[in-house]
Design a protein around this ligand. Structure first.
Ligand SMILES: N[C@@H](CCC(=O)N[C@@H](CS)C(=O)NCC(=O)O)C(=O)O
Length: 203
């Protein structure tokens, strides 16, 4: 198996953390999406990371890849097979991905010349980020990990979204505003899988 990823993609980080936690045998290949000849075009018509190649088939997007890796590798499943538990994990992944979508949308808008930037877009996306963080923070009340206080893919998804928000918005004081999420991220950052995939501020 081979995973195409880019350095700071929070969706790809989710998969890299999962691969590390599951000790899955996957080659990692870093790509530069801005490169017109980027290899990703050969494997994914959407030209997005993460993309996984397994048995000559390409898989995307990250929720699909996560299911594939969790299912095909050893060790206990991090996405539960029990439907009622699994759907809660997927629900958390959906919020985590939505949080990343909003943060990425703002980052892309900021890259445009000032005269072309849309103030409404900033306001709308910032609201999504704030409300999602408040929502997740409430969900973590009196909990160590999200699902039955056991580490799962839900924590990986939200942890990677938090890492990305922290990278792009260092001014957010998690300890003051979202204490439960602060504790969760601190706990996750003790894991080698999170440490070795931390986003790099200069990219
Ligand atoms: N929903 C997708 C989102 C993937 C995504 O948007 N990745 C970004 C990098 S953070 C990307 O590849 N962007 C390139 C593009 O949109 O052309 C997933 O979960 O995999």
């Amino acid at each position: 198996m081979k995973l195409f990823y880019s350095n700071n993609s929070p969706y790809a980080r989710k998969i890299r953390v999962l691969i590390s936690e599951k000790k899955a045998l996957v080659d990692l290949e870093k790509v530069v999406l801005a490169d017109k000849n980027c290899t990703i075009h050969q494997y994914n018509p959407l030209a997005k990371v993460p993309t996984l190649i397994a048995n000559d088939v390409s898989f995307f997007d990250s929720p699909v890849i996560a299911e594939y890796i969790d299912h095909k590798s050893d060790l206990p499943y991090l996405i539960p097979s029990d439907f009622d538990k699994k759907i809660l994990v997927k629900r958390w992944e959906a919020i985590a991905d939505g949080l990343c979508d909003a943060a990425v949308a703002i980052m892309l808008e900021k890259r445009k010349p000032l005269s072309q930037q849309n103030a409404d877009l900033f306001e709308k996306q910032i609201k999504k980020i704030k409300l999602s963080l408040e929502w997740l923070n409430r969900e973590m009340e009196c909990k160590k990990y999200y699902l039955e206080n056991k580490f799962s893919y839900a924590d990986i998804a939200v942890g990677c979204a938090l890492g990305y928000v922290k990278l792009r918005y260092p001014e957010i004081d998690f300890e003051k505003e979202y204490l439960n999420l602060h504790h969760l991220y601190e706990l996750l950052m003790q894991r080698p899988s999170f440490q070795k995939t931390i986003p790099e501020p200069y990219l």
